[in-house]
Write a protein of this length. Structure first.
Ligand SMILES: Cc1ncc(COP(=O)(O)O)c(C=O)c1O
Length: 397
């Protein structure tokens, strides 16, 4: 599919984030939303994807009967852009996110976003917000959130005829501000995140709604995450909150095979690295009782890469499985984490072809517009200051 040139859709009076590369507090960024300059949008209407639109508004104008609001026709993705020591910006395995979004779309009868369109939109969103890609060495990254929603109005339960594909970005802080430390997790037996033949294997918003209560309970009880079990038998490990689970023993990397877990791109990459490090990789069912045999355990996903697990408590069975007695991450977790992050930040060669370099954009309409807008804002600020000074002088007269 040929991607059409962009359309500018810029609202000059939108709140402008005046922070610059120099003034942002990169080291203390939370893992939360921050306004950036632009997002990129594309609409499916009358049987076609339109042109990419560059948008400065953070809001979506949408019909109240849109299917995403009523019937959960919503898919999203999450990936990151990393700034290297060489100042180059790298995206990690974005085609995998594109494919996963297409699989999600197919499963809930949404219009699929072609891989080229996904790629183009993600790259454009990063280029346009280049000033928000955190500096190398801060551990912070630019989180990229592609979103696909049914915007067509329907009242009966059926798929929409119109869709919006949108990509926004936001800088996020390092996941482990206090260092790469294992945390405690808890097995969840009261709730299921996904049904055996449900939507657990695709990235739809409904799965996350289904996990909110159990995750809140786990957090309230002092655990960093909930471990979900297979919904049918409550016998096997499924996932660890919004991350895949893995265990290490006898030089093996073992991770669950289940239809109700999301195929994690991080997990897939860790399996490749584990093999590369001479380990055996097993993707199979993991019975809860097998937890007692693991030397190390971790949860993995884009946000943290690896969250090493110190212990897993099974309250109903009154059991605690401990993986780290000294409170430190095990050597395998440590090594896998270092290798994967080294590839992502460009410290290690991209031996597996996982990286896309985001080329810098030339001075174009957008950056000209940015300069213009800054000048306007500065002159407004100067006028306000002048006015305030004049008033203050008049008062003292
Ligand atoms: C339910 C769930 N499992 C696993 C993952 C990890 O996937 P990835 O490594 O592709 O970020 C995510 C995050 O997207 C998730 O939401």
């Amino acid at each position: 599919m040929e991607v059409q040139p962009v359309i500018l859709n810029i609202d000059k009076m939108e709140a402008y984030n005046f922070n610059t590369m120099e003034t942002m507090d990169w080291k203390n960024l939370p893992f939360g939303y921050q306004k950036t300059d632009y997002n990129v949008r594309c609409y499916w209407r009358d049987g076609n994807w339109g042109r990419l639109e560059i948008c400065s508004s953070e809001f979506i104008h949408m019909h109240m009967a849109a299917t995403c609001l009523h019937y959960g026709q919503e898919a999203f993705e999450g990936l990151k852009a990393y700034r290297g020591a060489d100042n180059q910006i790298r995206l990690f395995r974005l085609e995998e996110n594109a494919k996963r979004m297409a699989e999600t779309a197919e499963y809930i009868l949404m219009q699929k976003v072609p891989v080229e369109l996904f790629r183009d939109a993600v790259i454009k969103a990063v280029q346009l917000n280049e000033r928000f890609v955190p500096p190398y060495g801060t551990g912070a990254t630019l989180y990229v959130r592609p979103l696909l929603i049914g915007t067509g109005a329907e009242v009966g339960v059926k798929p929409a005829k119109e869709y919006l594909f949108l990509v926004f970005v936001t800088p996020v802080g390092a996941y482990f501000k206090e260092g790469f430390k294992p945390t405690d997790m808890v097995i969840c037996r009261e709730y299921d995140r996904a049904a055996p033949l449900g939507t657990g294997h695709v990235k739809v918003g409904g799965n996350y709604a289904a996990s909110l209560l159990s995750l809140k309970k786990a957090h309230d009880e002092g655990y960093s995450s909930a471990i979900y079990l297979d919904a049918r038998e409550k016998k096997y490990i499924d996932e660890s909150g919004p991350a895949n689970f893995f265990g290490i023993k006898d030089n093996k990397y073992i991770t669950p095979r289940s239809r109700s877990i999301l195929p994690s791109i991080t997990n897939n990459s860790l399996m490749v690295l584990a093999k590369d490090m001479g380990m055996e990789v097993e993707q199979r069912q993991i019975e809860i009782s097998e937890l007692s045999t693991f030397e190390e355990a971790g949860a993995c996903g884009t946000a943290a890469v690896i969250s090493p697990i110190r212990s897993i408590t099974d309250p109903q069975m009154e059991k605690v499985y401990v993986f780290s007695k000294d409170g430190k991450a095990g050597p395998v977790c440590q090594k896998l984490y270092s290798r994967l992050t080294a590839i992502q930040f460009g410290d290690e060669p991209d031996k597996f072809g996982w990286i896309t370099i985001v080329e810098p954009t030339e001075t174009n309409t957008i950056s000209k517009y940015k300069m213009e807008l800054k000048e306007i804002m500065h002159s407004v600020a100067a006028n306000v200051k002048n006015y305030a000074n004049k008033r203050a002088k008049n008062k003292t007269k």
